[in-house]
Design a protein around this ligand. Structure first.
Ligand code: GLA
Length: 338
C-alpha cells in the first residue's frame, strides 16, 4: 500500500468531528495491518460485522464466545474509539437454541424472554465501557406490500408487542446508550411509510427508542436517493428520533444488475460514485442535529460483503478506499466539503 494515507491526507473522522461519528464494520483481522492503520487514522467508531450477532457471541445457552468482540473492545478503547452494538433481535444469524425448549419444541414466551434478558445483561455489562448505541431490533418490517411486519420466531413467540418488549428489556439494563431500530431500504417511500407508522405507534406506547438506523446499502445509479433520503430524515426526525447511518456502502451495481465481466470499475462508475458520496454526505451534514453517526459496512474495497451479494464472487468497489487502501476520488469528495 502507498504511504500517502500516513502522510498529509486528512482524517475522515477529523473532517467530521463537528458533525457525527464516523464508523466502520470490522472483523478481527481488520484490526491489524493496512486496515488497522486506516481504522486508527480515519474512524472513531467500529461495529462488529458479525462477532456480536446473537449466533456468534452466544452460540449455545451455556457458552458465550467473547474472543473477537473483546479484541474489538480493546482496540477501540486503546485508540479512543467507541462501538456500535449490533445486534440483539434479528431473524438472521440467531441461535436456534433460544427458541427451543429442552425437548426441542418451541419454547414458551416466558422462557424466550428470560433468555433474551440474560443475554442482554451479560453482553451489555461486558461492553458498557465502549458501546454508545445498540441495534436493538434489526429488520422487523416486511418488504411485501400490504404486509407490515416480517414473520419471525421472535414475533411469533414473544407476540405482537415484541419490538416494544425488546427495547424495554435493553433500556432496563443499559439506560445510557442510544437504542436504535435498524433496517434497510427504510428511506424508500413504501418502507418509509410502514416504518414511520410502526415507530409512531411504538413511541405513542412509550417505547424507549432513541433513533432509526438507515443501513444505507445504496448504489451509484439510484436517481431518487437524495430525495428519498431527505424525506426519510425529515419524517423520522419529526417523530423526535435521531438517525444513524449504520451500514453504508455505495455499490457500483444496481440490485438487478448481475453483470460479472468487470475486473475494475469503469471511469463512469467511479464518477457516479463520487457524485453519490458527495451528495449523501452533504445531506448528512445538513441534518447534523439529527444524524449521530455514519458507519461504513467495511473499510476498503479490498474486502466487502458486496463481493458476494447479490452475486456470489463478483467484485464490487463500494467504499472510499480502493483495494490497496488508497483514498479514492469519493474520499476526496467526502472530506473536502468546505
Ligand atoms: C444486514 C445486517 C448486517 C449484515 C448485512 C450483510 O444489513 O444488518 O449485519 O449482515 O446484512 O453483511
Amino acid at each position: 500500500m502507498s504511504t500517502e494515507y500516513k502522510s498529509g491526507i486528512i482524517s475522515l473522522a477529523e473532517a467530521y468531528k463537528d458533525y457525527f461519528k464516523i464508523g466502520a464494520a470490522v472483523t478481527v483481522n481488520d484490526l491489524q495491518g493496512e486496515h488497522g492503520e486506516l481504522l486508527k487514522k480515519h474512524f472513531n467508531s467500529i461495529t462488529a460485522e458479525n462477532a456480536m450477532k446473537f449466533g456468534e457471541i452466544h452460540p449455545e445457552e451455556a457458552r458465550y464466545d467473547f474472543e473477537k468482540p473483546d479484541k474489538m473492545k480493546e482496540f477501540a478503547l486503546s485508540n479512543n474509539m467507541k462501538m456500535r452494538g449490533h445486534t440483539f433481535v434479528w431473524h438472521n444469524q440467531t441461535s436456534d437454541w433460544i427458541f427451543a425448549d429442552k425437548n426441542g419444541k418451541e419454547a414458551p414466551r416466558e422462557l424466550v424472554l428470560e433468555r433474551l434478558r440474560q443475554h442482554v445483561k451479560v453482553v451489555c455489562d461486558r461492553y458498557k465501557d465502549v458501546i454508545y448505541a445498540w441495534d436493538v431490533v434489526n429488520e422487523a418490517i416486511e418488504d411485501k406490500s400490504g404486509e407490515q411486519y416480517r414473520d419471525t420466531k421472535w414475533r411469533r413467540i414473544l407476540g405482537e408487542d415484541y419490538i416494544k418488549t425488546a427495547f424495554e428489556v435493553v433500556k432496563e439494563i443499559d439506560n445510557k446508550s442510544e437504542l436504535i431500530y435498524n433496517d434497510y431500504n427504510n428511506e424508500l417511500p413504501d418502507k418509509l411509510e410502514k416504518s414511520y407508522d410502526m415507530l409512531k405507534g411504538l413511541l405513542e406506547k412509550g417505547t424507549p427508542i432513541d433513533g432509526v438506523g438507515l443501513q444505507g446499502h445504496w448504489n451509484i445509479r439510484d436517481k431518487n436517493l437524495m430525495e428519498n433520503l431527505r424525506r426519510a430524515i425529515e419524517s423520522y426526525g419529526s417523530l423526535g428520533l435521531k438517525l444513524q447511518v449504520t451500514e453504508l456502502d455505495v455499490s457500483m451495481f444496481e440490485f438487478e444488475d448481475r453483470r460479472t465481466d468487470l475486473n475494475e470499475p469503469t471511469s463512469e462508475m467511479l464518477y457516479l460514485q463520487e457524485q453519490t458520496y458527495e451528495n449523501i454526505f452533504s445531506i448528512f451534514r445538513e441534518y447534523k442535529e439529527l444524524v449521530t453517526s455514519v458507519t461504513f459496512w467495511g473499510i476498503s474495497d479490498k474486502y466487502t460483503w458486496k463481493d458476494n451479494f447479490p452475486v456470489f464472487g463478483r467484485k464490487d468497489w463500494p467504499m472510499l478506499f480502493d483495494i490497496n487502501g488508497k483514498p479514492k476520488g469519493s474520499f476526496e469528495k467526502v472530506v473536502n466539503y468546505k
